[in-house]
Ligand binder design. Structure first.
Ligand code: URA
Length: 257
């Protein structure tokens, strides 16, 4: 029998779900997991004990390294990442968020983690942070829509995290070979690393607010750490520091003709 629920109770229930962390609805009907039929667990016999003991679990970072180094093009790399089965983030994501912009660009931007908007569209930096990023780079004449040789964008990981949580050290370690191979295949003239996550993975540094505006080198490529646009949305007063970094980048780009 269907139960009647009044409007105020329905609002209370929705608020309660939000407090519990629900961000998306998947269906109109609730699912009672307690009533689901679980597959019967396999009986342990002498035979299946020895056969499962023989299975060696591959080391995920080694698998990622060997898949990444076998990729000889960006298409190969997308295929490799799509078929990589040792990162659970993939299971919770709608899309693989690989890149946007032109791989012939002089500047490659490495962001952090796709948000909900990026997960829905399958492209990096399409939400509010991406719109600010576009304004920043348009202002120095290097917006992604302004020219084919301006910007190429990606993130340290291609899948969003549940509830937008930070990456774990294990996730960073496992997915790093794909990021490094991505940079090797694009071979940009300049790298921009935005936020704490890419500076940790690529430069082994931890405080973007201290490091921003200081040129570094990653794998022979001049690399500029900058504040992440999401940080700038939360801390608008830091935009003036970012403007200084953008002007500095423009000078370097002008010298590299
Ligand atoms: N933040 C990022 O770092 N990357 C995105 O693609 C979107 C938000």
């Amino acid at each position: 029998m269907e139960s009647e629920i009044n409007f105020m109770d329905a609002i209370d229930l929705l608020e309660w779900q939000l407090e519990l962390g629900v961000t998306e609805t998947i269906g109109n009907q609730e699912v009672n997991r307690y009533l689901e039929v679980k597959p019967k667990s396999e009986k342990i016999t002498k035979d299946n004990v020895t056969s499962s003991a023989k299975q060696v679990t591959p080391e995920p970072t080694l698998v990622a390294s060997s898949m990444a180094s076998a990729a000889n093009s960006l298409d190969d790399l997308v295929q490799a990442i799509s078929s990589f089965e040792y990162c659970d983030l993939k299971k919770g994501a709608r899309n693989l968020v690989f890149s946007d912009g032109s791989p012939c660009a002089k500047v490659m931007i490495i962001g952090e983690v796709p948000d909900l908007e990026e997960d829905m569209v399958g492209k990096p930096f399409v939400g509010a942070a991406g719109q600010l990023l576009d304004k920043m780079f348009n202002a120095i004449g290097y917006g992604r829509s302004l020219s084919d040789t301006a910007l190429y964008l990606t993130n340290v990981v291609p899948w969003r995290t549940p509830q937008n949580r930070s990456l774990t050290d294990d996730e960073m370690e496992v997915l790093k070979p794909f990021l490094v191979r991505h940079i090797q295949l694009v071979q940009p003239k300049f790298l921009i690393v935005m936020g704490n996550t890419p500076i940790q993975i690529l430069l082994n540094e931890s405080r973007i607010t201290k490091l921003r505006g200081t040129w570094k080198t990653f794998s022979g490529i001049p690399t500029l750490p900058m504040l992440h646009p999401s940080y700038l949305l939360r801390n608008p007063s830091a935009k003036k520091e970012t403007w200084e970094d953008l002007k500095m980048l423009k000078v370097r780009l002008g010298e590299d003709l």
